[in-house]
Design a protein around this ligand. Structure first.
Ligand SMILES: NC(=O)C1=CN([C@@H]2O[C@H](COP(=O)(O)OP(=O)(O)OC[C@H]3O[C@@H](n4cnc5c(N)ncnc54)[C@H](O)[C@@H]3O)[C@@H](O)[C@H]2O)C=CC1
Ligand SMILES: O=C(O)C1=N[C@H](C(=O)O)C[C@H](O)C1
Length: 278
């Protein structure tokens, strides 16, 4: 590579990918290596993972990428303008402290947070931009707006149910996307989801309580992600549906968010901000 090319590449925002060997981690690394708008400056995995010390391109079965997989998050994040993080809640909370210290953009795709975790993320967001969404795809973020509108237009005699399906490896339920859709439906009804949410049903549950929002989760095979918001009343149903068939939709959204965040101040943002849907 010539000096001119090196300088041009060096000016691009440097991105660290956490959970580098994961389903989303590998997809992100592939797309960043192909991108002419960002460069890969780090690939993080958990301590003890057998990819630590290997070139990430080779570990993924391809050409060398010139970036070694590491568990040294402090050093990797110190080099980053953005960290894209699809791991697990405990790991993400640790990375949020480091991105706050490094003043790097933290793009969080991880799902399954408890309320206390979200309070910790809010604290980190006072030092650097955090962009978090349970789903980074354009389609789902459009569906969120539609769900809010339909819920606002239909009265309480329309029952709302969110049904989702994912691959057999998924560890959290309801999915982050299902919760986004449920929150949008609740907002449309002028309420908080916590006040309307009905968890998964089993046994003699009694009849459905009017005005509540129900959740059901299916797990199996290699389903990438499917979400239905069902509005049901006597005699008719409206179903809003999103089907994901390729994880690239989430990775493209996350990279777009990392670039969008480069000139943003500290704060918590979501994909509606990134996509200009607010
Ligand atoms: N917001 C969105 O658009 C999407 C969110 N997700 C979420 O992203 C998360 C990950 O999903 P997948 O990639 O399918 O899971 P995965 O299990 O394939 O990958 C997670 C990776 O994180 C790594 N990891 C765990 N702790 C770590 C640590 N402390 N340091 C570094 N690496 C660590 C694991 O070793 C693993 O390689 C889940 O919470 C999932 O729900 C997934 C797809 C889209
Ligand atoms: O774990 C997954 O795979 C996915 N997780 C996100 C979620 O919890 O909604 C997004 C997508 O549905 C895939």
């Amino acid at each position: 590579m010539s000096d001119v090319e090196q300088t041009a590449t060096g000016d691009l925002p440097g991105i660290v990918v956490t959970g580098a060997s994961g389903r989303m981690g590998q997809m992100l690394i592939r797309l960043i290596l192909e991108s002419d708008q960002a460069r890969l400056v780090g690939a993080l995995e958990r301590t003890g993972h057998d990819w630590i010390g290997r070139d990430i391109g080779e570990a993924m079965g391809g050409q060398p990428a010139g970036v070694q997989v590491t568990d040294d998050a402090v050093s990797a994040i110190a080099r980053a303008q953005a960290v894209i993080d699809f791991t697990a809640p405990a790991a993400t909370l640790g990375f949020a402290e480091l991105t706050a210290q490094a003043r790097a953009v933290h793009v969080i795709g991880t799902t399954g947070f408890e309320d206390a975790d979200l309070a910790q993320l809010a604290a980190a967001g006072r030092h650097a931009p955090i962009i978090r969404a349970g789903n980074m795809s354009l389609g789902v973020n459009l569906l969120v707006g539609l769900t809010r509108k339909v819920a606002a237009a239909l009265g309480e005699d329309w029952d709302i149910e969110v049904v989702e399906a994912h691959h057999r490896h998924k560890v959290d339920a309801p999915s982050g996307t299902a919760l986004m859709l449920g929150e949008a439906a609740a907002e449309g009804r002028g309420a908080a989801l916590a006040d309307l949410r009905t968890p998964a049903r089993e046994g003699i549950t009694g009849a459905r309580e009017a005005g509540t929002i129900g959740f059901s989760a299916i797990r199996g095979g290699d389903v990438v992600g499917e979400h239905d918001v069902i509005f049901a009343t006597e005699g008719e149903r409206v179903v809003l549906r999103h089907l994901a068939t390729d994880r690239a939709i989430f990775a493209r959204g996350a990279i777009r968010a990392a670039l969008w965040g480069q000139d943003k101040g500290p704060g918590e943002y979501d994909m509606a901000d990134v996509l200009g849907l607010n």
